[in-house]
Structures are given as structure tokens and as C-alpha cells.
Ligand binder design. Sequence first.
Ligand code: GTR
Length: 402
Amino acid sequence: MKRYITTLLLLLASAVCGRAQESGVIVPKYGSEPLKINSVEEWEQVHRPVIMNFFEQEVYGLMPEGQVGITYEVLSETKGALEGRAIRKEVAMKIAGIDTPIIILMYLPANAKGPVPAFLGMNFKGNHQTHTDPDITPSPNAPVTKGDPERGAASRRWPMEYIVENGYAVVTFNRDNVDPDEDDGFKNSVHPLFYAEGQTYPKANEWGTIGAWAWSLSRVMDYLVTDKAIDSNKVAVIGHSRLGKTALWAGATDTRFAIAISNNSGCGGAALSNREVGESVEVINRAFPHWFCDNYNKYRNNEEALLVDQQGLIALMAPRPVYVASATLDQWADPEGEYLSALYASPVYELYGLQGLTTPMPAPEQPMNSGHVGYHLRSGKHDILIYDWQQYIDFANRHFGK
Ligand code: GTR
């Protein structure tokens, strides 16, 4: 195992140095500092590939190159939902080799004059938890979700009426139907569909659960580009907490996402790891061994060894807009570390002539949303609430020209 890890490290180092030599650019250890890059060209040709390679090999794991058969079937499309404000649409995404279809729930603004922009994000415990609407098909139960989750139980997190009234579609599906959120050896997930012959577990540099969730967001995006009701150039990928980590990774790996929004994503998401505040790389890997790739374990109590901290993940969105949000009582997610990460990614946006963050961390309820890197700190707990959505819609309105 040790020899394997050493070989991997050598391979990574030679890939990095190889690219650097070709371009004549010395690749630094980026660490937990602002990203100082000389030009867009250097960013795109040297640093972005090196940083992407690092996150793929060492943090979230590589997504599979192969493809599986996926079909999409519109199950229903109903006008008059949400008291006349919306069209409710349900689409079954069937992945060959997975028994249970993933049901994509969509609310589209009623009376839209053309294709609309959308927010796409996974939900934690089922589509029917996102709203009390009695006609939402319950997401098939996942092994980790005990009992039948109550209809509408998570509706505070999904202000559907507000979102559609602002002219946006909401698109959501249950993460557990892609890969249940438990350390079950990936038995019930999409991972085995891509194993090489004889393989029974992802390799040390292959995707974990966050990788699989991000992959599934891209597979839903594959559907959205075919749906005439959606303006697929204006899809914001969004997620709260572990799903915020996932939204950032989805935005990094799939440039079709026009905006990425991280709500209280914390460690392994927006927050810098090398600060010893809140959750650490050690604690997250112990509690959730399935989220990241096995290589990430090398950085437990060893964060200074990271080639780049999480500001690198945020910068992978550039020049597309990115938004990071924290909550005052969410110290576990290290609000200041989340802010600093967005601040340290900002110089990359500035290379493109775009406005990033430049000032100290703002006070609560003082959103910074005028540039391409947005940030706000909300008073209160770890959650995603109407206040957060109001900021995201403001931010999306600016970038989508609404
Ligand atoms: C916590 C975990 C965090 C965060 C959160 C959530 O238990 O430590 O990294 O992701 O869960 O997803 O709500």
C-alpha cells in the first residue's frame, strides 16, 4: 500500500513538473494562500490542470471515463401546481444496472415566455420532503433513510413558490438514490457499474460518494440540455453542507454549470482545511470514510502537505461566477475559513478582469454579491433558508441578466 502511494505521488509530481517544464512555468506549492498567477494563459494551461489533477487524484477521486446507458422518461407534467404558480414535472432517470429509477422533480414557473434559468440541487431525504405538495411522488426509500420521511419536512430549505415567482425553475432529486450516504463499500451505488474486471472497490484515486453525487448532477444536466423549458446555459448548481461540497465539485468538473453555489459547505467544501478550526480532514475522513477518495487520508493531521487548499477548488469555477455562504452559528464549517477561501480564489477572477472579493469578511446580513465571487454570512444555524435563497437569486439575476 505504501509503495502504491509513493508511486502515485511520484506520478502526480512528474505530471505537474512535466506540464510546468513544457510551459516554462514553475508550479508552486499553492498552500493556503491567495492564488497568485500571472496570466489567464498560465492559469488555463498550467495551473488549472495541475490543481484539477490534484483534486481528482487526492481529494474527490477521478470520475469514471466510461459511460453507462441512461434514459430519461417524463412521468408527468402538470399545470396549476403550487396554487397556479408552477408546472410540476417529474422525470425518471434510469441508469442501466441500477434497479430504482432516480426521479427528478421540477417546478417550472407558470406562464414562462420561453426557456427559464434553473437551480439544480440534490435533496437529502426525498423529493416529497421538499414541499407539502401532495402530488410529489415520494422518492424511493434509500437504505440509510429509516422510515418514510415526512412530506414537506425540509420545505423551509426549498422555498419553491419564491423561486418560481422569480422566474427560475427548481430541479431536485434524492442523493441517496444515486449513492446512499453510508459507508457500505459502495454496494448500493453507481460505483460498481464502472469497475474494471475483477475490481470490487474504487482505487485510491477513484471517486467516492461526493464524486458520484457530482457525477449524477452532470447526468441530470444531460437531461436539462434537452428540455426546451430550460435555458441550459443558465443552470446554477447548488447544495447545502455535504451537498455544497458536491455542488462545488460538480461546478469544477462540468463547465456547463453557469454558477456554483456552496451553502455552509465547510470542510472538504469551501472552507480552508489548514486552519484547525471546526471540522478537520482527520475528523471528516473518520466520520465519513466514503465521501472522498482513499488518497485524501494522507492529509489527516497533515494539511500542510496539501498542494493547494480549498481556494483551489473555488478557483476551478473561474471565470464562471461562484457563491459561498456561511452562517454565524455554524462554527463546525468555519465561516471565516469559507470566506478566506473565496477571497484567496479571487485573484484568478481578477486575471479575467472580473471582480472578486478584496475586502475583509463582512458582518452578518451584508452580502457581497456585486462581482463574480459572491459571499454572505447569515445569522443563525447551519441550514439553507429563505434569506440564503434571496441572495442566490439576486446573484443569479445579475449574471443571467434578469
Ligand atoms: C456534518 C459534517 C459536515 C457537513 C454536515 C452536513 O456531520 O461533519 O461536513 O457536511 O454534516 O452535511 O450537514
